[in-house]
Write a protein that binds this ligand. Structure first.
Ligand SMILES: Cc1cc2nc3c(=O)[nH]c(=O)nc-3n(C[C@H](O)[C@H](O)[C@H](O)COP(=O)(O)OP(=O)(O)OC[C@H]3O[C@@H](n4cnc5c(N)ncnc54)[C@H](O)[C@@H]3O)c2cc1C
Length: 455
């Protein structure tokens, strides 16, 4: 699949790491997607940045979520003379997945040994802790238990123990129900896995610190710049955003929920489509927060990339319960009533979605019921902590996962990074993407330095 483009750059039309695309899959027609932009940017920021219209860069990164910011940071370290801009459509950084997640620093026990997730979660977690120490960002290694509530879950627990051990998760051990009571006095189960190194942090705060670092290193962090179109010309790429036109030699697409749209616009022949799954949270009422000390998780369904509703103590002291996983009717649809007809149509028009639905309709229905009923949500939580009642739950926030699926309806489990002429695309970076962000960023920076010949 390797060829040279007209500038002499080696280009591979599609390279997927982890879940490799078969040549047959690459030939399948992708769904038709609408243009990148549909909401105007108005106000101060849009006019303030007009003076950069003529600027040109070596590399432009699209998306100032934690993956885009970490990639920029790693690129400045590998290629200090590289002229770099990060374009973000929102007014500030980390407004989507990065600012709407569980805040867990995953230790790496879920992921298949040898996968990108396994390697990058463990390595990224180490780098994240170093970053937090260097920037005075509060985090806590509060520890986590994964609880088997009946015999049928013991094999799954054993599998996680094996994976975690192979991945080098420190201190991981199987514990009895008695040990579980010592660690989490209100949790109930027949056995559990204890990961003392799992931690919590505020990823929004981490993203802000990365953004400050980047500004200090002379990177142009241009918020209020929604990328509308990217065209290749003799000099490189012309990137049209709402307030400006920028020129760049190369681009890195870290567009999260819109990364597939951007990739396709740039000619990536991929059958991967992002399906948005909303995850809704409740908070435990302050007087009931004593029911949870750290993090209490169920044994996950091995067929799904979601971890099941769980309890998370946040770094700000609240206890969150959730998230579930329901189809969002808009890519940035944070409430049940958020609907973007065009985006929903794209999802429904994608045959991979129907294949996914046929396979998981029962799970989807259960998730929908749990989303509509606090009582059913509480019943799921009671499997882990029997004392929890629906009346203990207060409405919390929600996040939307950018989960990639392929045209066979498979939920892509591993991180997926693709290359096209003059660009690198992060097509799947769901959880533990925040934990792994600095490792993902370094990996992309390495590819970029080599492929683009940056110094
Ligand atoms: C409910 C939930 C819980 C999670 N829990 C955890 C957890 O506990 N631990 C963990 O490690 N991970 C967790 N994750 C995953 C983690 O949040 C993501 O892996 C990570 O935030 C992905 O970062 P990102 O930069 O790729 O995406 P995002 O944070 O979504 O950033 C993408 C950015 O691109 C911008 N953008 C998109 N299109 C354009 C455009 N056309 N022009 C300009 N900008 C554009 C967006 O505005 C956005 O800011 C969770 C995710 C969710 C949703």
């Amino acid at each position: 699949m390797s060829s040279r483009d007209r500038h002499g750059h080696r280009s591979r039309s599609y390279i997927a790491y982890g879940d490799a695309m078969s040549p047959r899959a690459m030939r399948r027609r992708p769904p038709r997607l609408k243009p990148l932009c549909h909401r105007p940017v108005t106000g101060k920021m849009a006019t303030e940045v007009l003076d950069v219209t003529e600027n040109s860069y070596d590399v432009v990164i699209v998306g100032a979520g934690i993956v885009g910011l970490a990639t920029a940071l790693m690129l400045t370290k590998r290629c200090p003379s590289c002229r770099l801009a990060v374009l973000e459509k929102e007014r500030s950084v980390g407004r989507h997945q990065t600012g709407h997640n569980s805040g867990v620093i995953h230790a790496g026990l879920y992921y298949k040994p040898g996968s990108l997730k396994a390697k990058m979660c463990v390595e990224g977690g180490r780098r994240l802790i170093d970053f937090c120490d260097a920037h005075d960002i509060r985090y806590e290694r509060c520890g986590k238990v994964v609880v088997a509530t009946d015999e049928s879950e013991l094999a799954g627990l054993e599998e996680l123990h094996g994976r975690g051990t192979a991945n080098g998760v420190p201190g991981l051990r199987c514990i009895t129900s008695g040990d579980l009571r010592d660690i989490e006095p209100h949790a109930s189960g027949i056995a559990a896995l204890y990961s003392p190194s799992t931690g919590i942090v505020d990823y929004g705060r981490v993203a802000e610190a990365m953004a400050n670092d980047l500004r200090g290193r002379g990177v142009d962090l241009l918020t209020g710049h929604r990328v509308l179109a990217v065209r290749e010309n003799d000099r490189g790429l012309m990137v049209r955003t709402e307030p400006a036109v920028l020129h760049t030699s190369y681009l890195i697409n870290c567009g999260g929920l819109y990364s597939d749209v951007l990739a396709r616009q740039m000619g990536v022949n991929s059958d991967v489509c992002i399906v948005p799954f909303r995850g809704e949270y409740y908070f435990l009422r302050p007087e009931r927060q004593g029911l949870v000390r750290g993090l209490i998780y169920p044994v996950p369904d091995p067929d799904l990339p979601f971890l099941g509703v769980h309890f998370t103590r946040s770094i700000h002291g609240r206890v969150e319960a959730g998230p579930n996983a329901v189809l969002a009717l808009a890519r940035e649809g944070y409430t049940r009533s958020s609907l973007d007809a065009g985006e929903l149509f794209q999802t429904l028009a994608y045959r991979g979605f129907w294949r996914l639905s046929r396979r998981y309709w029962r799970t989807g229905l259960d998730e929908f019921k749990r989303s509509c009923s606090k009582e059913i949500f509480a019943a799921s939580l009671r499997r882990l902590v029997p004392e929890v009642q629906a009346s203990d739950l207060m409405p919390g926030g929600a996040g939307v996962r950018a989960q990639a699926i392929d045209s066979t309806g498979k939920l892509l489990d591993d991180f997926v990074i693709a290359e096209s002429s003059r660009a690198i695309h992060v097509l799947n970076a769901p959880s533990p993407g925040a934990t792994a962000s600095l490792a993902i960023g370094d990996h992309i920076a390495e590819i970029a330095a080599e492929r683009f010949g940056l110094a």
